[in-house]
Ligand binder design. Sequence first.
Ligand code: ZN
Length: 81
Amino acid sequence: MLIQILNAVGKHVKDLPTIPQFIKNGKSIICYNALLSGCAEHLCKFKDGHVPMAEIMDKFADAVCELLQPGVKWMIDNCSA
Ligand SMILES: [Zn+2]
């Protein structure tokens, strides 16, 4: 679902906001599925990027929501369940 939301507005996972302590080798290691609530943890390739709630700052959460909001709206307007 995340990928479809991003695709709807021409964005990619690499465009999502990052958290400095969750960057390795210049790339975000955040599991955005876990962040947004739907990760099959036992299969996850990004387990190290399951950000504890205490480390999710409002500014980061707001930036994620701001980036995803247009795509979510597009999905609601254009996709039937
Ligand atoms: Zn995960």
